[in-house]
Design a protein around this ligand. Structure first.
Ligand SMILES: NC(=O)C1=CN([C@@H]2O[C@H](COP(=O)(O)OP(=O)(O)OC[C@H]3O[C@@H](n4cnc5c(N)ncnc54)[C@H](O)[C@@H]3O)[C@@H](O)[C@H]2O)C=CC1
Ligand SMILES: CC(=O)[C@H](N)C(=O)O
Length: 373
């Protein structure tokens, strides 16, 4: 197990430091055996270790989930196919495997992860591995391991190798005692899921490593993300993806949340655009290291009405899943993202009507049950 040495020295340095991460001589990040991993004082933390003319060398962890393949595609367009490595513990589909570099990476295996970062000269890391809200509640020990222990591994490797690190957080990082309409960046965060607790932990640890060790940590709190060509991984907002597939395949959709459950949502292109933009933003522009981002907010009933404009025959019924409903009832209804808009120019492209039109054009309206009949 990892041991943090020199605790008293580290604490006294922390208490003496101004909080900007400057002026710290040697910081033990994590020590194993006789090979302490250290971050030297003269490391250039706020700029990544590639020259301006070079592209970053990117690693995406947990890249085979709902968001990772799309992120790899976007980043490869910007930085070149071979500069972006997708990784996961699952076997990739042929289309993913042959679209660019893929590697096995278990974030719980510290040495393997470090080897990948070193051998591939990684400079930017997007840490997407996680267990989402509903699957997390179904397996708390695994969620704790992946979302918390895995994050610790990633943070230490990022600090040790001077990486720019992106870790997504979520609307799920808030709880029933947070202001819910709207939810600002800074407020009470007392989530009631292991997913939420682990994400608050990630926000705080990332910011702590930033102020304490100078780690270039960047974090966005994503709303529920809606995508056409990738499936959600077991969250509370999954219904908002499933409705499109069911509308097309069967013309019937059974929703597991109540019709009036309002949650912030976003189309995947906006989410990935924001992720790249915050990673490219100059450090001076970032007054914070964790930002809410927002695009739209709707209830299942409102989404169904918009979907019915495209599939008028769609029948929607409600069979509430108590676990998901309790989670959704504790989450923000609207997200206040004014800081992201002011600091680095965040602006979404998709509201509800554009989202629904885009989803149907992706999924192919020809195959709609309504038309097939
Ligand atoms: N999809 C959404 O609506 C939202 C996602 N996020 C965050 O964005 C990130 C990506 O989300 P999704 O792609 O939707 O998640 P997902 O659940 O679809 O994919 C997560 C991936 O992590 C991988 N994974 C699990 N254990 C691992 C391990 N030990 N080592 C390496 N990989 C492991 C899984 O195999 C899976 O492919 C997550 O951190 C999630 O919390 C935040 C808010 C909303
Ligand atoms: C909003 C999220 O973080 C995710 N989609 C979930 O529902 O767990």
């Amino acid at each position: 197990m990892p041991i943090v040495k020199n605790v008293s020295r580290a604490v006294s340095q922390l208490l003496q430091s101004s909080g900007c991460g400057c002026g710290i001589s040697i910081v033990p990040v994590r020590c194993i055996g006789v090979s302490p991993r250290q971050v030297a004082s003269d490391a250039s933390f706020h700029s990544v270790s590639f020259s301006e003319s070079d592209h970053p060398r990117v690693l995406i962890t947990g890249g085979l989930g709902q968001l990772g393949v799309g992120l790899a595609k976007l980043l490869r367009k910007h930085f070149g196919k071979n500069n972006v490595i997708l990784s996961d513990i699952r076997k990739p589909a042929d289309s993913v495997f042959y679209s660019g570099p893929f590697i096995y990476a278990d974030i719980l295996d510290y040495k393997n992860l470090r080897e990948i970062v070193v051998n591939n000269r990684i400079t930017w890391l997007f840490h997407y591995s996680a267990l989402l809200s509903a699957v997390g509640e179904a397996n708390v020990p695994l969620a704790r391991a992946v979302n918390i222990t895995g994050l610790h591994n990633v943070l230490d490797i990022a600090a040790e190798h001077n990486l720019r690190l992106f870790v997504p957080s979520t609307i799920g990082a808030f709880g029933p005692t947070s202001p819910r309409d709207p939810t600002p960046d800074l407020c009470i965060q007392r989530p009631r899921t292991i997913y939420g607790v682990s994400k608050v932990h990630a926000e705080l640890m990332g910011e702590y490593y930033h102020y304490r060790y100078g780690l270039d940590f960047r974090c966005l709190r994503y709303p529920g993300i809606i995508s056409a060509d990738s499936q959600p991984g077991g969250g509370t907002t999954d219904y908002a993806v499933q409705i499109f597939h069911d509308a097309i395949k069967t013309g019937k959709f059974q929703c597991n949340l109540k019709p009036d459950t309002r949650l912030p949502m976003m189309y995947i292109d906006d989410c990935l655009k924001a992720t790249l933009e915050v990673m490219e933003a100059p450090a001076e522009a970032l007054s914070m290291r964790t930002y809410n981002i927002s695009a739209m907010s709707f209830t299942p009933e409102e989404l169904a009405q918009e979907v019915q404009k495209h599939v008028p025959e769609l029948q929607v019924t409600y069979n509430v899943d108590e676990v998901r409903q309790a989670i959704a009832d504790s989450w923000p209804m609207n997200f206040d993202d004014r800081n992201a808009r002011r600091d680095w120019g965040w602006k979404h492209d998709y509201d509800l009507p554009e989202l629904v039109t885009t989803m149907f054009s992706f999924l192919g309206s020809d195959s709609r049950i309504a038309q097939a009949n």
